[in-house]
Design a protein around this ligand. Structure first.
Ligand code: G3D
Length: 201
């Protein structure tokens, strides 16, 4: 009887926890994306004024629940000197969201360099990768096909891990829901990185 009840309790109240990194160059829109995600997925969260968001220096964190999954986000600073800290978080992560500023063609090669360095890390092998082509609201920005073409020679390094390039406007929330739902689906079925389990009280 005890086993049955404890099984039922766990089924009802246990969440599987997944750590998801939000990476990308400074000014790509990482913090805006995190704020928008928290606003959309946490009923109790009072979103901040997105025009007041400033670039990530250090670390922003956030947690959302989607069904039985609890996603814990770490939004890491993208400035060159902070990129060297990214790999300290790789071993703990179940998913990566890589944000690209689609309006900044000048820094696209810099972004690609940081991206390639990140995906070559053994500690991220098999970890699902969501690439956000952000700021799609800006006229004449790079489209998803443009970004796929620019990043095409990274494909062999991405390998067999789950990967999606998602158009997104973090400022308005367009594409945020689709990206998060995709990430939840991928981390939950990823047998390489089992979730942490947490009883919710
Ligand atoms: P970061 O955390 O990656 O450094 P931020 O980036 O989230 O701080 O965003 C950097 C700037 O890009 C901010 O503008 C923010 O409003 C803007 N931004 C983020 N997402 C979008 C988007 O989808 N569309 C547009 N048009 N702008 C976006 P400021 O002016 O505060 O620097």
């Amino acid at each position: 009887m005890y086993t049955l009840l404890s099984g039922l309790y766990k089924y009802m109240f246990q969440k599987d926890e997944y750590c998801v990194l939000i990476l990308g160059l400074d000014n790509a829109g990482k913090t805006t994306f995190l704020e928008q995600t928290k606003t959309k997925f946490s009923k109790s969260y009072k979103g901040m004024n997105l025009s007041k968001v400033t670039t990530t220096v250090g670390l922003n964190i956030g947690t959302i629940d989607v069904g039985k999954a609890r996603l814990m986000f770490w939004d890491l600073g993208g400035q060159e000197e902070l990129q060297s800290l990214w790999d300290k978080y790789y071993a703990e992560s179940h998913g990566v969201i890589y944000v690209i500023d689609s309006t900044d063609e000048e820094r696209l090669s810099e972004s690609k360099e940081a991206f390639e360095k990140m995906i070559c890390s053994e500690a991220l092998e098999g970890v699902p990768l969501l690439i956000l082509a952000n700021k799609q609201d800006v006229p004449n920005c790079l489209s998803v096909p443009d970004i796929k073409t620019a990043f095409s020679d990274s494909a062999p390094k991405i390998g067999k891990r789950d990967c999606l390039v998602q158009p997104c406007t973090a400022l308005t929330g367009d594409g945020v829901n689709e990206g998060i739902q995709w990430m939840v689906k991928c981390v939950m079925r990823n047998i390489h990185r089992p979730p942490r389990q947490k009883d919710i009280t």
